[in-house]
Design a protein around this ligand. Structure first.
Ligand SMILES: [Zn+2]
Ligand SMILES: [Zn+2]
Length: 328
């Protein structure tokens, strides 16, 4: 199989034309990868901002593929089944978080494309209990961004509450899906892009955003909640300033630059700042049931697997509309 390998942070991925297929262990399945989304988290790993990857590593945690073989004890999946593999790759099942419905915070969690080899490859293995069935309405490439951009965006939406006026800061893969779900829930979307990014603002309007502007602009109305998808800490006080009393600011990324100091008055009046970490399998099942009802359409740009470095560079430079997807 082909594979893209991270040997060390801050180095381009290395292309392997003919690596041996991985072998599924007990409880795992071997999956032929049909598509794998490129997530900003991959960029944080490659750029060394997330410091605990296994090395060498096959990145990628928005995997769509077909079960090709089963390890010992797997009965829930059969060869030929189409599955999706998300970021949450394994949890202990026994810690206090796992036992209280918060497996996303498991003390011993392992993540796909970080501590477990992921989907920047022709084949991968995954724990069968962490694979999702995918809605039939989606093609392989279209489905890939649902698996992280979609899922994390959905969890962030849930934590942002039901308020009518919702701001989305950073209009990339996650926000373009969250905007569609938010509208479906009856919310009004205010999209914030990099200042001057007319194309991004147009893209947001095309997905039903009520207002789109630069992150340095003041929205026409105060927001009930805001979700920050861009890895920019300075957006936290900006979003707080844009929210109404009781507003919630959700930081949805796994890494962010430092948050500048800000006056207490912009947090006052029961505003909240919180983060979102990872996902639970329940989030995934809920979101994947909702996506075809909305229906969520994903905007994707496909790259051959061997062009993964180019896809990452384009994402780093903000030159992807929607989501990049690798096709082995
Ligand atoms: Zn646990
Ligand atoms: Zn991700």
């Amino acid at each position: 199989m082909q594979a893209m390998i991270l040997d060390r942070a801050r180095q381009p991925l290395r292309f392997l034309a003919d690596a041996p297929d991985p072998v599924p262990g007990p409880g795992q399945v071997l999956i032929r990868v049909a598509a794998c989304g490129v997530c900003r988290t991959d960029l944080h790993i490659v750029d060394g901002e997330l410091t605990q990857p296994k090395l060498p590593l096959v990145p990628g945690h928005e995997i769509v593929g077909t079960v090709a073989a089963r390890g010992a004890g797997v009965t829930s999946l059969a060869p030929g089944d189409r599955v999706g593999v998300p970021w949450l790759g394994w949890v202990c099942g026994t810690c206090a978080y796992c036992r209280s419905g918060r497996e996303n915070l498991c003390d011993a969690a392992r993540f796909t494309g970080y501590q477990i080899d992921g989907g920047y490859a022709g084949a991968t293995v995954a724990d069968a209990r962490f694979c999702f069935a995918l809605p039939a309405a989606y093609g392989d490439v279209e489905a890939a961004p649902l698996l992280c951009a979609g899922l994390i965006g959905y969890r962030a939406l849930r934590l942002a509450g039901e308020g009518e006026r919702l701001g989305l800061y950073g209009f990339g893969a996650a926000a373009h899906i969250a905007a569609q779900v938010a509208r479906w829930r009856g919310q009004r979307v205010y999209a914030f892009t990099k200042p001057g990014d007319r194309e991004g603002q147009e893209f947001a309007r095309s997905l039903g955003a009520h207002w789109a502007g630069g992150s340095d602009e003041t929205p026409p109305e105060r927001l009930d909640a805001a979700i920050i998808f861009a890895p920019v800490g300075a957006l936290v006080p900006a979003a707080l300033e844009a929210t109404a009393k009781g507003g919630i600011v959700v930081c949805a990324g796994i890494h962010m630059s430092d948050i500048p100091r800000f006056p207490y008055r912009i947090l006052w009046e029961e505003r909240q700042v919180r983060s979102v970490a990872n996902l639970t399998r329940a989030d995934g099942e809920e979101f994947l049931a909702i996506a075809p009802k909305v229906p969520v359409h994903t905007a994707t740009e496909a790259f051959p697997l061997a062009a993964a470095n180019e896809a990452l560079t384009r994402l780093r430079e903000g030159r992807i509309t929607g989501a990049a997807v690798l096709v082995p």
